[in-house]
Structures are given as C-alpha cells and as structure tokens.
Design a protein around this ligand. Structure first.
Ligand code: HEC
Length: 156
C-alpha cells in the first residue's frame, strides 16, 4: 500500500527528530568520555606522583629505578592530557574542571605546558640520579606546577 504524502512527510519529520536526538545523545556521551579520559589520566598521574612525594618527604626509602620509572610514567601521561580538554567537554559527567578553562584557554594551556616541561625535566633528572637529594628540586618544581593549575582551574 502506498502511503499518503502527508504520512510520508510525517515519517520523515519524526525520523529527523529522532536523528536530532541521537546527535544530542552522542555529543553528551562524547563529553562523558572526555571527562572520564582526563580524570583517568589525572588518576594515573596522582597514583605515580604520590609515592614519589613520600620518597622526597623521607616517608619512604629512595629506590632510584622505581623513582625514575614513576617519573617517566608521569611525563608520558602528561603529554596525553590536552586531548581530554577539547571544546565540548565542559559539561558531561560530574567534573571538577572549572568552566574558566574554556574561557581562558591560553592561560590553561600555558600552565599545562609548564607542567609538561617540569615533569619532563624531573624524568630526565631521575634517570641519572643516585640519591633523593638529586631529584628533590626537580620534584618540588613539578609539584608546584600541578598546584598552580589546580588553584586556578580545578574545583576542590
Ligand atoms: C593545566 C592544569 C592542570 C595541571 C598542570 C595539573 N592538573 Fe590535575 N587536574 C586538573 C583539572 C582541571 C582536574 C579536574 C578534571 C575533571 O574532573 O574533569 C584535575 C584533576 C586531578 C586529579 C583528580 C582526578 C580524579 O580522580 O578525578 C588528580 C589526582 C590530579 N589532577 C593530579 C595532578 C598531578 C599529580 C599533577 C602534576 C603532575 C596535575 N594534576 C597537574 C588540572 C591540572
């Protein structure tokens, strides 16, 4: 049976509406994915940074190989972070990222780059280090770079 023109138009319209809904849902789940991506990256950063902080504070013994391995992981992950902050990921899953990130992107990117360069220097320093004294300054500089961004762009 052939459908009347009115029915065909109605079908097309409802298909269009459905497609619109699907696009909106995809954008939302994409935002969720990005939020999850960056939170996972930061989680790995923190999980490797914490044990290094304990060593620097004298709460755990210094193991040159382990320290260098953790510093290398942090530098590797830091390079992957910018992808977690693309436009469209302001909303989505509950996020501690402040909306100012997307309004003052130049400052956020500057702090991100600064952290990347500090953790890169920490990783380089840790490679040849023999004692905690050799890595302390580079570690403190990296930790300060984390804090500089959190103070400005992360909710508590
Ligand atoms: C350029 C900004 C910036 C720098 C630099 C930065 N962070 Fe963050 N960090 C954030 C933002 C924004 C969030 C919140 C992400 C979200 O919830 O979407 C976050 C979240 C976190 C979290 C919580 C992750 C979770 O479970 O949700 C940890 C842990 C963390 N950062 C550790 C670090 C460490 C360690 C460093 C330094 C090596 C660092 N961050 C450097 C911006 C930064």
């Amino acid at each position: 049976m052939t459908k009347s023109p009115a029915t065909v138009i109605a079908l097309c319209l409802s298909a269009g509406l459905l497609a619109g809904t699907a696009v909106a849902q995809n954008a939302q789940s994409r935002a969720d994915q990005l939020v999850r991506y960056r939170q996972s990256m930061y989680n790995v950063l923190g999980a490797n940074f914490g044990p290094m902080a304990n060593v620097v504070q004298g709460k755990a013994p210094y193991d040159a190989r382990e320290f260098a391995m953790r510093a290398e992981r942090v530098a590797f992950i830091a390079a992957m972070l910018p992808e977690g902050f693309v436009a469209g990921s302001e909303s989505g899953k509950p996020t501690a990222a402040r909306p100012e990130i997307w309004r003052d992107r130049a400052e956020f990117d500057r702090l991100l780059k600064d952290m990347q360069s500090k953790v890169g220097a920490l990783s380089d320093t840790a490679q040849g280090a023999k004692s905690v004294a050799d890595v302390k300054t580079a570690f403190v500089a990296a930790g300060q770079a984390c804090k500089n961004c959190h103070d400005k762009f992360k909710r508590d």
